[in-house]
Ligand binder design. Structure first.
Ligand code: HEM
Length: 162
């Protein structure tokens, strides 16, 4: 093999036929339908949308007006009082989580060699994703800027007295 020859992915050993898959990379199941193609497409499309969402988020939070110095409880409360920013943050949460989860799923499939290891790593990954997406979605839509607990107003001084 010359120094510049690139090995085909998952091939057995230098010089061994390009289509051969080394035993540790053989998978018992095959993916159903065109799921992997759709997942590949999703990574590209969600990536493009995430660029817009993330840079919009950073610009509005860190650059515009007083920038980072204006960020406090009231700043977040003000943003989430507007359905536009609720939907923006919701889209950012869902797309980043699904994009990141699918990326890590790919890495697990590529690097974990035992069937059981891959399975358990993905169980943990999907469980974490589900919890974060549900909790994050609840926070965005149930956020109360003027919480009253046992008749006591919490926190901040900008809410009307209960
Ligand atoms: C700024 C916007 C982003 C763009 C344009 C983008 C783009 C991409 C693309 C095109 C891939 C596929 C690479 C491949 O198949 O070889 C990818 C993979 C990945 N992305 Fe993103 N991404 C963005 C944001 C994020 C965010 C916010 C996360 C985490 C939540 C993330 C986590 C990942 C992971 C874990 C992978 C898999 C890496 C791998 O296969 O080696 N990305 N990204």
């Amino acid at each position: 093999m010359s120094a510049t020859e690139i090995q085909s992915p998952r091939s057995k050993a230098p010089g061994v036929g390009s289509g051969r898959i080394a035993p540790q990379y053989r998978r018992s199941g095959t993916s159903k339908g065109n799921f992997e193609m759709l997942a590949w497409l999703f990574m590209r499309l969600s990536g493009v949308v995430l660029v817009v969402l993330i840079f919009g988020h950073l610009t509005v939070n860190l650059l515009v007006g007083e920038g980072i110095h204006a960020i406090d409880f009231g700043f977040v409360a003000g943003k989430w009082a507007d359905p536009f920013w609720q939907i923006w943050d919701l889209a950012m949460l869902w797309l980043a989580m699904l994009h990141g989860t699918n990326g890590v799923r790919t890495i697990i499939n590529d690097y974990a060699e035992k069937d059981a290891t891959r399975m358990w790593l993905k169980v943990v990954l999907y469980a974490a994703t589900t919890v974060i997406i549900i909790l994050g979605t609840l926070v965005i839509f149930t956020f109360d800027p003027c919480p009253v607990v046992n008749g006591v107003q919490l926190p901040g001084g900008f809410c009307p007295a209960p």
